[in-house]
Design a binder for this molecule. Structure first.
Ligand SMILES: [Zn+2]
Length: 309
């Protein structure tokens, strides 16, 4: 408990210093799976002491709030893809803290047994590490996935079809489970229909992926407006246009940056997010959530293109 208390004070101090130097920011955290519920609970315990945890709808209406030294860091907790661990493990801990969150689902996968294509591809490589793409072999399953993300989408799909025998049935959420999660304070947004790399798709496919996922979430959950999280974080003008055409409330990026408050002043804000893993130690969590990890990461890497999931 002492460690959590000290970490909370560190988050407050480092977050204030960050915003004093770089401007008022929100911290929009992006998790995927929750395999380590104990660590995730510690993250929330730190936030419980030192931060104001907002829902997405609340964040979007924060435009005019003045920031002062006494203001707690404002945080939004998000999850991408709809892994079952989010509803099974994260949702109960969030509910016990009374904290809101947002989950972005891949709409073709909801109620299906579809396994994410990168999991299938990864397992195919584990079965046969000599498999090739255009004569190229790979030193690891991660290298294969990274290469697949650079292929035209038709080629990526062809590869996944060719190795479909490696797929295993996956458990994905039901719409009724998502509806129940909403009642517990978890907002549901769209994360495409099938999780392709939108920058590798044709304009027509981008339109389909964005519009059908937004429309499906709206229809199945009775929502007037939903947010859209870019799969793989790949920005694409066609995707942003399609999201705007379908009146997405916001578009969530995967750029590992803090979210400047000044960027909320438009009808469909682009929301920067910080990548975080559930198993991050409390101190790593503070480093990331304060915004300092992002500052140093971009100073060293100088890469703005993310190809992580
Ligand atoms: Zn994703």
């Amino acid at each position: 408990m002492t460690k959590v208390f000290l970490a909370a004070q560190a988050l407050r101090i480092l977050g204030t210093l960050h915003d004093w130097l770089f401007g008022t920011s929100f911290r929009v955290l992006c998790y995927h799976t929750i395999s380590n519920a104990q660590r995730f609970s510690q993250h929330l315990a730190v936030l419980n002491i030192s931060a104001e945890v907002l829902g997405l709808g609340q964040l979007l209406t924060q435009k005019d709030k003045r920031y002062s030294l006494s203001t707690k860091p404002r945080v939004l907790i998000t999850f991408d893809d709809g892994d079952p661990s989010v509803l099974d493990r994260a949702a109960p801990v969030l509910a016990s803290h009374g904290m809101p969150s947002a989950l972005f689902v891949v709409t073709d996968w909801v109620t299906s047994e579809t396994e994410p294509w990168w999991v299938t591809s990864s397992r195919a490589w584990q079965h046969n590490s000599n498999l090739e793409i255009h004569g190229e072999r790979f030193s690891s399953n991660q290298a294969l996935i990274a290469r697949l993300k650079t292929l035209p989408d038709t080629d990526r799909k062809a590869f996944v079809s060719e190795h479909f025998s490696a797929a295993r049935p996956a458990r994905n959420p039901e719409w009724s489970e998502l509806s129940a999660a909403m009642k517990q304070g978890m907002e549901i947004g769209a994360h495409s229909a099938s999780h392709p790399c939108l920058d590798m798709c044709s304009p027509e496919q981008v339109q389909r992926e964005v519009s059908s996922s937004i429309a499906t979430v709206q229809k199945r959950l009775g929502l007037a407006q939903v947010a859209f999280a870019l799969p793989n974080g790949n920005g694409n003008p066609d995707a942003l246009q399609a999201a705007a055409d379908f009146q997405a409330s916001s578009v969530l990026l995967f750029d590992h940056r803090t979210m400047p408050a000044s960027r909320l002043n438009v009808s469909m804000p682009l929301i920067s997010r910080l990548r975080i893993d559930d198993y991050a130690s409390v101190w790593r969590f503070v480093f990331i959530a304060s915004g300092w990890h992002s500052r140093i990461y971009h100073l060293i890497r100088r890469d703005t293109q993310s190809r992580t999931l």
